[in-house]
Design a protein. Structure first.
Length: 153
């Protein structure tokens, strides 16, 4: 009996890196998503933040990056990325995580998107793909007791 492809939640950092195939891990996830072996889930706010990013968040990268534009749209369509709409209670939970983050002086659109991604990963039981430099975004989620398995790409 087939259970379908594996699933993973992506935050805006990971989605940017996956769309550009930046680095071996992100490139492997890109191939898996485009071939249907991996189903990617992303909160719509994470997709929106990715659309506004100009950087891969890799401290050692010397490449010039830019806005993804049509590349992001094409990837979302070709990979059947599930832009998970949140119900009102899920949005409130993510907002509470963000409020907790701001009290720690950790804020910004990428942090809000990470709060939504952490909540989605916790609820779905899926692994959360992110970038190493983004770990600061998940401090409030850890302190709130969310059970999120992070993997960097």
């Amino acid at each position: 009996m087939s259970t379908g492809p594996a699933s993973a939640v992506v935050d805006s950092f990971a989605l940017y890196r996956i769309v550009t195939g930046h680095g071996p891990e992100a490139a492997a996830v890109r191939v898996a998503a485009l071939t249907g072996r991996l189903k990617l889930l992303a909160p719509s706010v994470a997709v929106a933040v990715t659309a506004g990013m100009r950087d891969c968040w890799d401290e050692t990268c010397v490449q010039r990056h830019g806005f993804l534009g049509g590349k992001l749209t094409a990837f979302c369509w070709r990979s059947s990325l599930d832009s998970a709409p949140h119900d009102a209670s899920a949005a409130v939970e993510a907002g509470r995580l963000y409020a907790a983050s701001t009290t720690l002086r950790i804020d910004g659109p990428e942090v809000l998107a990470a709060c939504h991604a952490a909540r989605l990963a916790d609820r779905s039981g899926c692994e959360l793909l992110t970038a190493a430099r983004a770990s600061y975004c998940y401090r409030a989620a850890r302190e709130a007791g969310l059970r999120v398995s992070l993997r960097t790409v």
